[in-house]
Design a protein around this ligand. Structure first.
Ligand code: OXD
Ligand code: MN
Length: 617
């Protein structure tokens, strides 16, 4: 067996033993301990160019960047092949696939036996969170995919510095990954090796030793194990035990014209524009927005009783289609260089293109499957879940505190989803418990970019449906308990937003994107105890004149609809939330059932809305 970078610069016995054990099991042709340097990154990219996996993009148009096409069977996270293996089935809860840990280990050992034959095994020490943060956690991913190594270098802190921090005795989360495509002697490799048989793909989390085993897919969250597997599923388990929160939330900083900073976190389901909001350019004069993270927030209670949020990642793994100078100019600038594009169109000039990029399509190109493609050919050029991987530090709107080891103090938490009807533009919770209720009831209409049938309402509590590593009822209880651990006045205010409301004839009622700053301004005003609000059965809605609408051409009727209370729609909504709550059984906290019953009762009373009379909470 050859070894490249063979001398492991660690005295961590546990790590050395684990690597040895996996080498025995997977039987790779070589072992490479990743040092995380630029030279290593460049060499692996070059290796993939030579092997036909990567295409180097034009050095002037897209410097330092590459295109890769995945196998058609391997284009997204595979939720139905994702498992939580807790000894007790009930502890995984109704939102997870459960499997018996003993049986699953047996099955995985069989799958992994010899699975890296003919390939190099890479050891990737990585850290989620700044190395000096109290929340920083170390993982080690073993993978046979160089694509994973280079993506991990963008998405997490990795290499030598992490081994140094780990030291001889430090603890790490073991993350084992294989594409599941051993090579026989003399067998020619393919550009995107994976296990095409979906039933053999497994993304498995063991709750006792907090280990991750992923087999058969090389794509995104299935394979970059620091992201959804560690920073959400495994971290949510650790967070519950240790009293913090691992959330599917963006973090941003809004600064008012007076120079006051407001840090906000927002949980929206996948494909609801988290990346767009995280780095949005406000249209309101004098307001600025800076990005701290677009996907994951680790949140802890500070000594001063406030909640502090930190982004554990160092990059963006964003959906490319729909990203344009109109929807997200900061993302367009971020991916201008040093980025990896997966499953987009390759233009003949050596640059990339995707649907709704805001620039004309090339006359001719190659689609995400590597076939000749022309604009009118009837097929999409990019896969709807095509991605860019780009360093967060390249974002022109990155916040100076994005790597602050302490995190930033949150003033508000937003929930949201894609809801064409019923849900108003913005709604403030009456209390912490009501806010947790709104989060537990979150849902979104699915789009073709997601992994599911398009156009159906999928309840997605706290946007954590596929990411909570334990029983979701216990997760709600964990959030509710926070109000007993600190002064309520120090808790962030909770809001529900909906940028996706449509008129009866199918028009978007709200322009979204930079105009969302108008809603964020009202949220900041509410935090200051100023913004005018109307008390309604569902929460506190902006008073009719409370949103700053200067310079926005939107009809009074449309605005009224966006801010109106649809009592009949909400009665249906409450019934549907109640139906979904049934699934959570006895572990649904009584407080949430009470919130639901109170909502139903308020909806059955005469609506008390007096639009002329604004009440400040
Ligand atoms: C993501 C997701 O890729 O939530 O971030 O699906
Ligand atoms: Mn996400």
């Amino acid at each position: 067996m050859t070894t490249i970078n063979s001398t492991p610069v660690t005295a961590n016995r546990k790590l050395l033993n684990w690597v040895e054990e996996i080498v025995q099991l997977c039987q790779p042709a070589a072992v490479h301990w990743c040092d995380g340097t630029q030279q290593e990154y460049d060499a692996l990219c070059e290796l993939m160019v030579k092997g036909g996996t990567f295409t180097r993009l034009d050095g002037k148009l897209r410097p330092g960047s590459f295109l890769v096409r995945s196998h058609a069977s391997d284009v997204a996270r595979v939720e139905n092949r994702t498992y939580i293996c807790s000894p007790n089935k009930d502890d995984a809860g109704p939102t997870n696939n459960w499997a018996d840990p003993v049986e699953m280990r047996k099955k995985l050992k069989e799958l992994f036996k010899g699975c890296m034959k003919g390939r190099t095994l890479y050891v990737i020490p990585f850290a989620m969170g700044p190395l000096d943060s109290p929340l920083c956690r170390i993982g080690v991913e073993i993978t046979d995919s160089p694509y994973v190594v280079v993506n991990m270098r963008i998405m997490a802190r990795m290499g030598r510095v992490v081994l140094d921090k780990l030291g001889a005795k430090g603890e790490f989360i073991s993350c084992l990954h294989s594409v599941g495509a051993p090579l026989q002697p003399g067998q020619q490799d393919v550009p995107w090796p994976c296990e095409p048989d979906v039933s053999r793909k497994h993304i498995v989390h063991f709750t006792e030793d907090l280990s991750i085993w992923s087999y058969g897919s090389g794509y995104g969250g299935n394979a970059l194990l620091g992201k959804k597997c560690l920073a959400l599923r495994i971290a949510s388990l650790m967070a519950r035990k240790e009293g913090w929160f691992a959330e599917h939330m963006l973090v941003l900083c809004l600064t008012s014209p007076q120079g006051k900073k407001y840090y906000l976190a927002a949980a929206f389901p996948s494909a609801c524009g988290k990346t767009n909001l995280a780095m949005m350019q406000p249209t309101l004069p004098g307001w600025t927005l800076r990005c701290l993270g677009d996907d994951i927030a680790w949140i802890r209670l500070g000594a001063d009783g406030r909640l502090y949020a930190m982004n554990p990642e160092t990059g963006f793994f964003g959906v490319a289609p729909g990203t344009s100078n109109k929807t997200n100019p900061n993302a367009v600038a971020t991916v201008a260089r040093n980025s990896i594009f997966t499953n987009v169109v390759l233009r003949s000039d050596g640059d990339v293109w995707w649907e709704d990029m805001g620039v004309p399509p090339p006359e001719k190109g190659m689609d995400w499957e590597g076939r000749e493609w022309t604009p009118g050919c009837g097929r999409k050029g990019a896969h709807p879940n095509a991605r860019f991987t780009a360093p967060a530090a390249q974002c022109p709107a990155i916040d100076p505190d994005w790597e602050n080891p302490q995190g930033v103090p949150l003033s508000a938490i937003l929930f949201g989803g894609r809801r064409p009807s019923t849900i108003p533009l913005v709604n403030e919770a009456f209390s912490w418990e009501h806010g947790v209720f709104l989060g537990s009831a979150a849902g979104s209409e699915t789009t073709s970019a997601a992994l599911h049938q398009a156009g159906v309402l999928r309840r997605d509590p706290f946007a954590m449906l596929p990411f909570c590593g334990y029983h979701i009822g216990d997760y709600f209880a964990h959030w509710l308990a926070l109000a007993r651990r600190t002064d309520r006045a120090k808790l962030p205010r909770i809001f529900f937003v909906n940028w996706f409301r449509k008129s009866a004839d199918g028009r978007w009622l709200w322009p979204g994107f930079g105009e969302n700053s108008r809603v964020l301004k009202w949220i900041c005003e509410r935090i200051e105890g100023a913004g005018k609000a109307v008390r309604t059965p569902i929460g506190l809605l902006p008073a009719p004149d409370a949103l700053d609408m200067k310079g926005l051409d939107i009809s009074g009727a449309d605005l009224a609809e966006l801010l109106s209370l649809d009592v009949e729609g909400w009665k249906k909504e409450a019934a549907d939330v109640g139906g979904n709550y049934q699934k959570f059984g006895e572990r649904l906290p009584a407080e949430l059932n009470k919130e639901l019953q109170d909502l139903k009762a308020r909806l059955n009373e005469e609506p008390t809305m007096d639009l002329g009379k604004a009440s400040v909470r």
